[in-house]
Design a protein around this ligand. Structure first.
Ligand code: SF4
Length: 55
């Protein structure tokens, strides 16, 4: 299962900058994770300032 970004995302971009496989991009109102690219490392969840990312 890939990690998922929830509604508490404030589009700060911190996760996208940290993702080692560049799976995160800016979406409509929040950032989104490409499930096919994500390797489930958890780096984004640890980086998110609002705790918006769940695995
Ligand atoms: Fe990227 Fe790792 Fe987050 Fe997946 S879990 S989106 S690979 S930082």
């Amino acid at each position: 299962m890939a990690y998922v970004i929830g509604d508490s995302c404030v589009s700060c971009g911190s996760c996208a900058a940290e993702c080692p496989v560049s799976a995160i991009s800016e979406g409509d109102g929040k950032y989104v994770i490409d499930a096919d690219t994500c390797i489930d490392c958890g780096t984004c969840a640890a980086t998110c300032p609002t705790g918006a990312i769940e695995g």
